[in-house]
Unconditional design. Structure first.
Length: 350
């Protein structure tokens, strides 16, 4: 077997901000690293960060967290499948004992199943500490599988993954049942600040949000998504912090909400129900990743298990909101988006 040298690609990276966050994470003057080839993304996110900081910051709320793996089994018929799943549901403490053999951080918190014909799609849901948890939950499921077959000999193995997880694919189930971190980010910006920093009005931005994010997503057949370009911010953030970049597939199923308050201010939020991040595991040992995690305050060895990853998720969500806010504001003004791209991208090439 030949040894292959690993070459690390150089992606342009820059820190943007400063960010001011409140709520579940209180921090100020935070600079956020983003790695991207789309260089106009940096000043755009920075504009959103600057605007929200002047407005009092972004309130971040962590709603839920879990990582999932679904296994696929087969029974003789649907009745037998249902009998086995009902019996299994009562054995969660026994299953946790099996999981404990694989990791001290993996905790089984729930199970869900779907029966299709004689097939059983069994979805395990775990908390995984500071890891995003892909491998952790797969190892736990791989250990649970033979135990389940021993308890229910009428069942048989089909696959360690049955796509009911759902991993790196667009789906409805992740938004409904949860996968990764569920983060809500909110800000309130006065009409004066909207005009000063975003060159728009609260009403213009809300109108565009309705017609673009909401109706446009319906027209396109979007699935549990109503945003402008969340994938852009997530990819830049993921690459800079050593995340599995393919998780932007489900991570970008985000939903914006905007309204004009009775005082005439702009209320704007971005909800990311499938935000998959971690501060330990593959990719985190690289020097630049370690430096970026330390810069974000997400590499604290004294933190309780899971706290570093929760902080990282809140910052990722806030970064997405800033990019959403800035792009939508730009698109309320004819020609602004394209002129910014031409100016910034040509200057970088020159």
């Amino acid at each position: 077997m030949k040894n292959h040298t690993i070459n690390y690609a150089q992606i342009p990276m820059q820190s943007v901000g400063p960010f001011k966050l409140t709520g579940d994470l209180i921090t100020d003057n935070l600079m956020v690293p983003m790695a991207t080839y789309e260089t106009p993304l940096w000043p755009s996110v920075a504009r959103g960060a600057r605007t929200t900081a002047h407005a009092g910051g972004i309130r971040v709320t962590l709603i839920d967290e879990r990582m999932t793996r679904s296994i696929l089994l087969q029974a003789d018929h649907a009745g037998e499948a249902l009998r086995c799943m009902r019996a299994l549901k009562a054995q969660q403490p026994d299953m946790q004992s099996i999981v404990n053999q694989t990791s001290r951080f993996a905790k089984l918190i729930d199970t869900h199943f779907q029966i299709i014909g004689n097939l059983i799609y069994l979805r395990f849901e775990f908390t995984t500490g500071d890891a995003s948890g892909h491998n952790m939950v797969t190892q736990a499921a791989d250990t649970l599988f033979p135990w389940i077959l021993q308890q229910f000999p009428t069942l048989s193995y089909v696959s360690i993954s049955g796509n009911f997880c759902t991993d790196k694919k667009v789906s409805a189930v992740n938004g409904i049942l949860g996968r990764g971190k569920n983060v809500v980010c909110e800000t309130i910006i006065s009409a004066k600040l909207c005009q000063r920093f975003l060159k728009t009005t609260p009403q213009a931005l809300v109108d565009l949000h309705i017609k673009k994010d909401l109706i446009g997503s319906i027209v396109s057949g979007g699935l549990r998504t109503a945003n402008a370009h969340v994938a852009n911010m997530l990819l830049g953030f993921y690459l800079a912090t050593g995340q599995d970049a393919a998780n932007i597939v489900e991570g970008s199923q985000a939903i914006n909400h905007a309204e004009v308050t009775p005082e005439g201010h702009l209320y704007f939020s971005t909800t990311l129900p499938n935000l998959i991040v971690g501060t330990v595991g593959n990719g985190k040992g690289l020097d630049f990743v370690q430096q970026n995690l330390e810069q974000l305050g997400c590499n604290d060895p004294q933190a309780k298990p899971g706290d570093n990853a929760r902080r990282l998720a809140c910052i990722a969500g806030a970064t997405a909101l800033c990019g959403e806010l800035s792009l939508l504001a730009a698109q309320t003004n004819p020609g602004e988006l394209m002129s910014a791209h031409l100016k910034l991208e040509r200057s970088h090439r020159d």
